[in-house]
Design a protein around this ligand. Structure first.
Ligand code: UDP
Ligand code: MG
Length: 327
């Protein structure tokens, strides 16, 4: 008998269009894994409603009533994908031996979950789902993602290429992960920092089953800036070096100008002056912006605000795993 309790955490933000299919497929995977003795009976799905404005929560409640292995969590407002994941994982931790996170839109192959569990039973604490191909993503998304991960690598942030938030974590890993109390979370950068025995499972990424991407360009840009500035101080350093180099160049230009002055070649110099004003002004503004970005982070962290607020909770209880509790 396999005694391992699994919780599959699914963040859902306005996902009414896909939920039915998601729940059907994930329940199928759970039951299959149970029959194959990869996990214990009493393993559950935890649907986290990240403050949706459509009928997502009503649908979740309906499934909680209907199926004993479906549980749910409703956040009080939209806290963002990463916070919804943390909320789900922290909630599942006391009663789960391992947790798998997967997006609601079925872009990640649910059949890879079986491989995750095989690896987990072999003793791996972290299993990363890695996309084999990204053909189904738009050209734009594919390339911006590649640029982003390339840049992150150059800035010294270790991430697993082509891995999103589809992964398995053992309870040991979760115990350590929740000690990271920072408010700006970027799980893809944090988890490789934890260590432990890890492995990868490859799968093909499909298109979103239904509904629209909840990551419009603005959110994607914010995600990228957060990812970089939460993990690396390289941008500040680049600005410092840039500043120092410009001072050096300025000094040389100064010497040149003085020589010209004493030699009597008086130049009108309007062009060069205007150019310098704009160029330096631009550089200074950028530098201030980068510094401001970090100060903003410090400002946010010092407040120690909660990363999420739970409004309703219908989860499996620790002692009687089949009994759902409203906490
Ligand atoms: N999501 C969330 N809160 C948000 C935005 C997204 O919980 O504020 C969820 C969303 O429901 C989905 C997952 O995060 O399950 C990934 O979002 P999406 O598929 O829209 O992103 P994409 O695949 O387009 O990057
Ligand atoms: Mg998606």
């Amino acid at each position: 008998m396999n005694e391992q309790i699994l919780t599959i955490v699914v963040p859902c933000y306005n996902e009414e269009a896909v939920l039915k299919e998601t729940v059907t497929r994930l329940r199928g995977v759970l039951m299959h894994a149970c029959r194959e003795q990869l996990i214990a009976k009493g393993s559950t799905l935890l649907l986290v409603d990240d403050g949706s404005s459509d009928h997502t929560w009503e649908i979740i409640e309906h499934y909680i009533e209907e199926y004993k292995e479906v549980t749910g969590l409703k956040l009080s407002r939209n806290f963002g994908h990463q916070n919804a994941l943390i909320a789900g994982m922290e909630t599942a931790r006391p009663y789960s031996d391992c947790v798998i996170t997967i997006d609601a839109d079925l872009q990640d192959d649910v059949n890879a979950i079986k491989q995750f569990l095989i690896k987990y039973n072999e003793g791996f604490d972290i299993v990363y789902g890695v996309r084999d191909k990204r053909e189904t993503d738009t050209f734009f998304k594919r390339n911006t993602a590649r640029m982003f991960y390339g840049l992150m690598g150059h800035l010294g942030v270790k991430t697993v290429p082509n891995h999103a938030d589809f992964r398995l974590l053992s309870r040991r890993v979760l115990d350590e992960l929740i000690k990271y109390q920072e408010e700006n979370i970027f799980l893809r950068g944090m988890i490789p920092l934890l260590g432990f025995k890890s492995t990868k499972v490859y799968y093909n990424r499909a298109e979103r089953f239904a509904g629209e991407s909840k990551y419009p360009l603005k959110k994607m840009l914010n995600f990228a800036v957060d990812g970089i500035t939460s993990f690396s101080i390289a941008p500040i350093r680049i600005v410092t070096y840039l500043g120092a180099s410009i001072v050096g160049i300025g000094f040389l230009i100064g010497v040149y100008a003085l020589i010209q002055h004493f030699l009597g070649h008086v130049v009108t110099g309007w062009t060069s002056m205007i150019l310098s004003i704009w160029l330096l002004g631009g550089i200074q503004l950028t530098a201030i912006g980068v510094i401001g970005e970090y100060i903003g982070k410090i400002f946010k962290e010092t407040k120690h605000r909660p990363r999420y607020i739970i409004e309703k909770q219908l989860v499996a209880s620790k002692n009687n795993r089949f009994e759902k509790q409203a906490l």
